[in-house]
Structures are given as structure tokens and as C-alpha cells.
Design a protein around this ligand. Structure first.
Ligand code: ZN
Length: 69
């Protein structure tokens, strides 16, 4: 993910797991003239191909894309 201000690359300084589907990332801009530091929430959104060994407590919506197309 690029820096929203200067569009430079950013690096993940640290991250923590909020749930099996969500992580919180602390990102820092690599442009020393900017140095913007911000939080990103990264989450699983849809399933393309279901797991062969699904966890019954995990609920992820199936992609609505038509694979036959
Ligand atoms: Zn920046």
C-alpha cells in the first residue's frame, strides 16, 4: 500500500491480529521528507475457492463471480 499523501512506498513496522479475519498494520512511509505513519486494517473479504478443511467458526462470504463464464 502506498502513502496516501506522497504516494511513496510504505513498510509495515508492526502488526497485530484482531481476529482470524482481520489484522491491524502500522505502516510508515519510506519517503524521509514525508514519514507519514498510519494504521491499516487488513481483512479477508470473500472466498474464491472454499477450504477443503474449513473451520466451522469462520464465516466468509462466497464470491458472487460466475466461474462458468
Ligand atoms: Zn508519504
Amino acid at each position: 500500500m502506498k502513502c496516501p499523501h506522497c504516494k511513496s512506498k510504505t513498510t509495515i513496522r508492526t502488526s497485530e491480529e484482531l481476529s482470524p479475519l482481520t489484522r491491524k498494520q502500522y505502516r510508515q512511509c519510506t519517503n524521509i521528507n514525508c514519514s507519514h505513519t498510519f494504521v491499516v486494517l487488513q481483512s479477508v473479504s470473500v472466498t474464491i475457492v472454499p477450504s477443503a478443511i474449513p473451520d466451522p467458526t469462520v464465516h466468509i462470504p462466497l464470491s458472487s463471480r460466475n466461474h462458468a463464464a
